[in-house]
Ligand binder design. Structure first.
Ligand SMILES: [Zn+2]
Ligand SMILES: [Zn+2]
Length: 495
């Protein structure tokens, strides 16, 4: 069973992952806000990507560049001239459509054969009364459409106090260009040797005419991009270095998504055809994911050759080369660009993790997120919220664990309900404090000082002494197997 987009949108809102932006004002076109659990999940994705692709590698460094860049950057990169869609405008209602998509929508028709009655006709079909086809605006049915014009997808704004052409600037449509314009700064300051890469995670903006499908395509989004520079005159394993590293990055990126839980059958590579390659690209391969909307791009890995560095060298008049000590020559490196969207990755992890199953005749929704992605790591739950001793112990455990991990305390429902709530947001472990833990001083009974840890996926439970708790949780959250930890402690009955 695969999850629908509606189910994910609804879960996201109900449980604080993702809200519509400015919802109380009716929302902003395809903009979304990450809520308390969404921001944790998103931060975890970015942190793991940075750890695995920057921190742990000797050949990678990072930057964090400004969103507003010099306008000439976009001239040099080709965005000013080529980052466009053909658009038509209605002369009456002023609505704008992508020229190639006008006939993909139902159209409004005032039919001359029926005294001008108004009909809505399915996309691409003629009127069943007069046989006419759409020529006017599909929305209002009255206005003529202009000839197609190229419409730039960059958000334009003004830098400084004067709104004049000289101060026009753009919100960056991708993070990549900052790595190219900082190439020499990074190279000189860090004394790097080819091959090396520069990474950045940050916001980008595209004034998409037809955004949609929840957070799949939005006008404001976050990217995780790497520009990996290689010496085109070198060979690795008998192959040109750029081709070798391109394949390596495709493998590494695919393995990364697999490592954090995306199922193999939901991932596939897609080679761009020659006629769909960008003007700068020698070869591009997408990692496609089976989203609820069908197979779509999760990320792309392009061989951008030396296009960008050459362009920026030409437009800036600065040399952007690397001195090859061995061959005693200046070279313009080739660049391999693994480019991923944070929001798309998050959507894929949500979709892949979502499972509905039946447990003892009841439906259980569980988000099987990788422990390192899970927004909440542990929920501490008191079995009885009226017993002061239980509550105090549970609060103390929460405070202790929260020094290292995102941990919540919840006493707002019965225990079964509390478990279901945590399952639904992917919390890998619940810790329960009960009467057995604290004993009953009224009856002169002392507690055993043990708490129950419940595993989200197997729903098994073990009894662990409180002094061992942080160590066991630490083991489980850093990749330790549940079965290994569970083997050391007595099991508790399932509730
Ligand atoms: Zn119109
Ligand atoms: Zn008609």
């Amino acid at each position: 069973m695969s999850v629908t987009m509606d189910t994910l949108v609804s879960l996201s809102k109900r449980r604080g992952f993702i809200f519509q932006s400015s919802e109380i004002y009716g929302g902003t076109g395809s903009c979304w806000d990450y809520g308390p659990l969404g921001v944790e999940l998103k931060n975890n994705i970015k942190r793991l990507w940075w750890r695995d692709f920057v921190q742990s590698r000797a050949d990678m460094v990072g930057i964090d560049a400004s969103i507003l860049m010099h306008p000439t950057v976009w001239k040099a990169s080709g965005h000013l001239d080529h980052f466009t869609d053909p658009m038509v405008d209605c002369r009456e209602c002023k609505l704008r459509f992508r020229a190639d998509q006008v006939d993909e929508r139902p159209w409004t028709h005032y039919c001359p054969a029926t005294k001008g009655n108004k009909f809505t006709i399915p996309a691409g079909e003629p009127c069943s009364h007069c046989g006419g086809r759409r020529t006017l605006c599909p929305d209002c049915g009255k206005g003529e459409l202009t000839a197609p014009r190229q419409f730039n997808l960059m958000f334009k704004t003004f830098m400084g106090p004067v709104e004049e052409d000289a101060s026009i600037t753009y919100l960056r449509p991708e993070t990549a260009q900052a790595m190219f314009v900082n190439f020499d700064n990074v190279l000189q300051s860090m004394r790097l040797k080819l091959p090396f890469g520069i990474a950045q995670a940050g916001r980008a903006f595209r004034n998409e005419i037809t955004p949609g499908n929840f957070i799949f395509r939005t006008r404001e989004f976050e990217q995780m991009e790497i520009e990996y520079f290689v010496n085109p005159h070198e060979t690795v394993d008998g192959r040109p270095a750029d081709e070798y590293w391109h394949d390596r990055w495709i493998e590494d990126c695919l393995a990364w998504f697999r490592r954090y839980g995306l199922r193999k059958e939901n991932l596939q590579l897609r080679e761009h055809r020659k006629d769909e390659l960008s003007h700068y690209s020698k070869r591009t391969v997408d990692i496609d994911y089976r989203f609820p909307i069908g197979w779509s791009e999760l990320m792309g890995i392009a061989n951008r050759t030396d296009f960008d560095l050459k362009q920026h060298a030409q437009f800036s008049g600065k040399s952007l080369t690397y001195f090859d000590e061995e061959r005693k020559e200046h070279v313009v490196p080739y660049v391999i660009e693994p480019s991923a969207g944070v929001d798309r990755a998050l959507l894929a992890f949500l979709a892949d993790g979502y499972v509905e199953e039946e447990v003892r005749g009841e439906k259980r929704v569980v988000l099987r997120l990788h422990v390192e992605l899970a927004p909440l790591k542990v929920a501490v739950l008191p079995l009885l919220k009226k017993r002061e001793e239980i509550v105090r112990t549970a609060q103390a455990i929460r405070a202790e664990l929260a020094r290292q991990w995102r941990v919540v305390y919840d006493d707002t429902a019965a225990i079964g309900r509390l478990y279901r709530r945590q399952d639904e947001v992917g919390t890998p472990y619940c810790v329960t404090v009960d009467v057995q833990t604290v004993g009953d001083s009224g009856k002169g009974e002392s507690g055993d000082g043990k708490v129950t840890i419940r595993d989200r996926d197997s729903m098994e439970q073990i009894r662990v002494p409180i002094p061992d708790l942080a160590a066991v949780v630490g083991e489980l959250l850093s990749g330790g197997e549940w079965t290994t930890a569970a083997a050391r402690y007595p099991t508790a009955k399932t509730s």
